[in-house]
Each structure stands twice: as structure tokens, then as C-alpha cells.
Ligand binder design. Structure first.
Ligand code: ADP
Ligand code: MG
Length: 571
């Protein structure tokens, strides 16, 4: 008996839908692309329940005639290409003619559309089947309502995440469209509340302001370079606006949001030596090249792109960003030179004789724990002598037949990390109520992320509440966290969210390291004698710690034997 049969149109359309329609955010992406291709300069996106029950998109684009509106839902029906040759030079966001057919196959759709010259038309489709078609009065443009996504494909429905998570995916997509289209006004409404509005004033800086808020908009440098028929323009964040992940990086190719590792690395390479490890720059870069040098037809979502000459493109991106940073550095040198001088003066004043630490203390270790007994570096029956602090950064200890140089920041950071970790695991918090609450403004996406993760923050010792207008009120914070650095600390904790919508709880260790790092005494800080005593005492108690939480060594040693060899007392 023959086993192979051709699948019915109904099943094959649902299978095909799976390639384009992965979740509500992919529907929003396709619908916005259609509006942009239709020439709209005003788009309203509204979603409810993470888009699962309701998504509506309204544009003021070209609209469709009644016949086109029907044809739009046929598979491989498009107005954008006609021949194979057209695939070589795609200038629209869509071209495959499968989005509307795919979305319709797995949802219930209403479409209202009108062109300049034809009557308006209303269409209703359930699971891809046309139920109603009638003329209607409406303005020029198109409105698409998508309800009950995946109602007829329960297997796909099961893979949807929580409403909150699906919303965050959609928000991310909408934000990228804002950053990619400075000339288009975009209003975005979530569960009845406006989440984002961009006026479409043509300014990329305004896009950044709408999406990420004032601080990021203020901290950008203009990028503009044209070479080998490649134009790169946009905004590169100053090094101080770097973050703990890459979510605030956007690349656009001829207006299309794309992901490309080689270009990402090229842009990041331009920041070499200006960022700490683990930090990633913030940027919005637009690439304009002739469409035939890029193939956007290599991936279902069209986000991955192949370039004919990736090396040259990467070079241009690198120099575009590098130049932007170099110009700003030059300006800063001229601008800040007098201030730097002043800081030095202040610093030398701070080193008044009575505050200088150069003490010699004898402390004997007793009451040692079994853990301490295992220690190689400090550790029993010996005395150690704190010699002092050098470069306001290292503490020198004489111990047995060695000199030990301790990095004060690394040591304190590690000790705090051990304590934070222990209390965290016991579901307790090392936290302090602030004398007065601190109000902090964040960028809109950061603000949302903080509110979505209040429980995580509470477990870390924060007491935070929403304060409206993208701000929060911090009432309690982990112990030793300083008021002035709270914004950076909370910002860094939030950037530990690897991708939009993912809970940060997977990154507990990383978060505790961040808190410890921020709370620890810094290098270049004069420490009081009592503080040094306490630090060394804690290290000896802690026992087997050799590195800071990030893996840097806590101390280096120089033996008496090595010294004597150096001075040729022994040969
Ligand atoms: P594609 O965008 O790849 O052509 P779609 O299935 O997304 O395929 O859309 C099919 C066609 O429907 C488009 O080619 C376009 O002609 C028309 N269309 C879709 N959305 C709109 C819209 N918002 N305004 C005007 N025309 C639209
Ligand atoms: Mg399309």
C-alpha cells in the first residue's frame, strides 16, 4: 500500500504559518512591515494579553482595493515583486507574500482598508476562511485586528510564554521599528495604556529619547561615514552609557532591523580600551547599501542577512564608530583639562599627614577555625603585621617569611560576595532602610523591566515601588550600597536580563557579584587603620579565598628568600 500522500491545504497552510508566525511579536513585526511598505507615516499598535487575545494595527498607508484585500490573504500573493530578478534588489520589507496568509491561517482576522480612490472594505476571516466582506466607510489606510492567535493550533499555543513575556517581545519589536524609522510616528498601547509614543519628527535622537529616555539620548555621538558606496550613520553611545548586555544595540540595513555578528563585533571593536570587560556599547547604526549587495532572503524572519562584501562593510562600520568616539575624546580633553588638574590638587590635599596610613600593628591569630588551619597564605600560630597601604589601593602585610600585597577592592568585594551569597541562600537579606527614599528615573524599557522583576529585587534586599513617569522609589537597598550609585547598580542588575522578557533569577550569582562590586571599597581610596584591620581580620576568618568574584587575584606574595636573592644577600 502506498504511504505517501499530499497534505490538505488546511494542514499545509498551518505548517507554513509556523515558519512566519512564531509568537504574537512576529505577527506585529509583519504587520508593521506591511504598513511601512504601504508608505504609512503614522502607525498605531494596540495589544491585549501579550497580543495573544488581541492585536490591532492601524496605518495611514496606501490601503487596498476590495479585490486586493481578498488577494492579500492568498499564499504567495504580493504586490512587491513580480520576477526572479526582483529578488536580487529587494527594496521593500516584505516580498514573499506569505505573512497575511500565515497569520490568517492561525487566528481570527478583521481587516478594514481603503485606498485614495476606492470605497472602504471590511473583511472577516476565521482560521483563514473568508466569513464576511462588505463595503464600509473609513479613512484611507488599513486596520488589521488579529484575535485569538493559535486558537486552532493548540500545540503552538502551548509554547507561548506568559502575557508579560510576550508583551516584552512585542515591545522590543516596536522599539526597534521606532529606532529604524525616524520619519514614522508610532503609538503603542498595551492593555489600554500608552506604553510608547514617537512623533516621527525625523530625528534619530528623538527616537532614542522615546525608546530609552533622556539619559541615553544625551549620551550619544553622531556617526556618519560614507566609503565604497556604503553609508553608515546613526548614534553611538558614549562609553559611560555601556551596559551589561547587547540589548541596547540596533543595526538597520536599508531600514530593516537586522542581526549580524561580524558587524556587531566591528562596532564593538571601535570601543576597544574604553570599556571594562563584560560591558557592551549602546548604539543605533543605519547601513545604507545598494540592495543587490545584501541577501535578506536567507532566513524566514529576514533578520539575518548575507553581504557580498562583509569585510569592507565591517571596516567602514569600525571607522565610522571609531571616528565618532575619537572626536568626542578630543573635545573632552580640551574641555576637561583644567578640571583634571583641579582634581589632582584636591587629592593631594586629602593626603594630610594625620590621615595617611602607615601603621605597624602586631596582631596574633588565635581562636582559629578548622578552615583557617587549611590555609596556605595566612592562616595559624604565626603573627602578621600590617605594614600599610600603598597607592591608596594595596595593603601590605608581613606574614611569616612573606610580604603579602592585597588588592583592597578585590578582597572586600570577595568578602561581601561570600556574605551576600550566604544570606541570600538562607532567604535573608543584608539590607538597610534608606534615611529618605531615593527617586530614580530610568529609560522606559529599564523601568518596565524593574517593575516586572520587583520580586527578584526584593530578594536581593531592595524595596522598590513604581513612582510613575518612568521612575521608581527606592526605600531599602543592600547594605553598604550608596545613594549616589543606586541608579548604576539597579541599571546593571537589570541589564543582567539576557534577553527581553527573561527572568533575571537565573543570574543570581552574577547579580550578587554586581552588588558586591558596587558596595566594595574602591581602589584609589585612602582606608582608615580600623578599616584595614577589619578587612584583614575578615580575610583571615574567611579562609580559602584567593580571587575576587570575577577571578582577579586577591593578593600577590613576595618571599623573604626572593627578596634576599634580589638584593644578592644570598646567591
Ligand atoms: P508581502 O508583504 O510579503 O507582500 P503580505 O502577506 O505581508 O506579503 O502582504 C500581502 C500584500 O498585501 C502586500 O504585498 C500588500 O500589497 C498588501 N498589504 C498588506 N498589508 C497592507 C497594508 N497595511 N497596507 C496596504 N497594503 C497591504
Ligand atoms: Mg508583508
Amino acid at each position: 500500500m502506498n504511504k505517501i500522500h499530499v497534505l490538505t491545504a488546511e494542514i499545509s497552510s498551518k505548517i507554513a504559518a509556523g515558519e512566519v508566525v512564531e509568537n504574537p511579536s512576529s505577527v506585529i513585526k509583519e504587520l508593521i512591515e506591511n504598513s511601512i511598505d504601504a508608505g504609512a507615516d503614522s502607525i498605531i499598535v494596540e495589544i491585549k494579553n501579550g497580543g495573544i487575545s488581541y492585536m490591532r494595527l492601524t496605518d495611514n498607508g496606501s490601503g487596498m482595493s476590495a479585490q486586493d484585500a481578498q488577494n492579500a490573504f492568498l499564499r504567495h500573493a504580493t504586490s512587491k515583486i513580480t520576477s526572479v530578478g526582483d529578488l536580487e534588489k529587494i527594496s521593500t520589507l516584505g516580498f514573499r507574500g506569505e505573512a497575511l496568509a500565515s497569520i490568517a491561517a492561525v487566528s481570527n482576522i478583521e481587516l478594514i482598508t481603503k485606498t485614495q480612490d476606492s470605497d472602504g472594505v471590511f473583511l472577516q476571516l476565521d482560521g483563514g476562511k473568508l466569513i464576511t466582506q462588505q463595503t464600509t466607510g473609513c479613512p484611507k489606510g488599513t486596520t488589521v485586528v488579529v484575535r485569538d492567535l493559535f486558537f486552532n493550533t493548540p500545540a503552538r499555543m502551548k509554547f507561548l510564554k506568559s502575557d508579560k513575556t510576550e508583551t516584552s517581545y512585542i515591545t522590543d519589536i516596536v522599539q526597534r521599528f521606532v529606532l529604524g524609522n525616524p520619519n514614522i510616528s508610532i503609538r503603542y498601547i498595551v492593555d489600554g495604556r500608552e506604553r510608547l509614543f514617537f512623533s516621527g519628527d525625523g530625528q534619530l535622537k528623538s527616537c532614542v529619547y522615546s525608546v530609552y529616555g533622556r539619559d541615553y539620548a544625551k549620551s550619544v555621538l553622531e556617526v556618519d561615514r560614507c566609503e565604497n558606496d556604503i553609508k553608515i550613520y546613526g548614534l553611538a553611545g558614549k562609553p559611560e552609557s555601556s551596559r551589561g548586555n547587547r540589548t541596547f544595540q540596533s543595526l538597520f540595513l536599508n531600514g530593516r532591523y537586522i542581526k549580524n555578528k561580524a558587524i556587531t563585533f566591528a562596532a564593538e571593536a571601535a570601543y576597544k580600551n574604553t570599556l571594562m570587560t563584560g560591558k557592551f556599547p549602546f548604539y543605533v547604526l543605519h547601513i545604507k547599501i545598494s540592495p543587490e549587495f545584501a541577501d535578506v532572503n536567507v532566513h524566514p524572519t529576514k533578520q539575518e542577512v548575507k553581504f557580498a562584501n562583509e569585510r569592507t562593510l565591517c571596516d567602514v562600520v569600525y571607522w565610522a564608530v571609531k571616528n565618532a568616539l575619537a572626536h568626542s575624546a578630543e573635545e573632552q580633553i580640551i574641555h576637561f583639562a583644567p578640571k583634571i588638574q583641579q582634581q589632582h590638587d584636591l587629592k593631594s590635599m586629602a593626603k594630610e599627614p594625620e590621615r595617611q596610613i602607615n601603621m605597624v600593628d602586631n596582631i596574633s591569630l588565635n581562636n582559629t577555625t578548622p578552615r583557617q588551619q587549611r590555609q596556605q597564605n595566612f592562616e595559624d600560630n604565626y603573627q602578621y603585621k600590617i605594614v600599610g597601604q600603598v597607592f591608596d589601593t594595596y595593603i601590605i602585610v608581613e606574614f611569616s617569611d612573606k610580604i603579602i600585597l592585597i588588592d583592597q577592592h578585590a578582597a572586600h568585594e570577595r568578602l561581601l560576595f561570600e556574605k551576600f551569597k550566604m544570606t541570600y541562600q538562607q532567604n535573608q537579606q543584608m539590607a538597610q532602610m534608606l534615611l529618605s527614599p531615593v527617586a530614580i528615573v530610568f529609560s522606559p524599557p529599564e523601568h518596565v523591566a524593574i517593575l516586572e522583576n520587583l520580586q527578584v529585587f526584593s530578594k536581593l534586599g531592595f524595596e522598590i515601588e513604581d513612582f510613575g513617569n518612568n521612575s521608581i522609589l527606592v526605600r531599602q537597598a543592600p547594605i553598604t550600597a550608596q545613594r549616589q550609585t543606586l541608579k548604576t547598580l539597579i541599571g546593571e542588575l537589570i541589564s543582567l536580563i539576557d534577553s527581553p522578557g527573561e527572568a533575571i533569577s537565573d543570574n543570581e550569582d552574577q547579580m550578587l557579584k554586581t552588588i558586591s562590586c558596587k558596595a566594595a571599597v574602591k581602589g584609589n581610596t585612602i582606608m582608615q587603620k580600623s578599616e584595614i584591620d577589619a578587612l584583614i581580620n575578615d580575610i583571615t576568618k574567611e579562609g580559602d579565598i584567593n580571587t575576587c568574584p570575577h577571578g582577579r587575584p586577591l593578593f600577590v606574595t613576595l618571599t623573604k628568600y626572593q627578596l634576599e636573592k634580589m638584593f644578592k644577600r644570598i646567591v
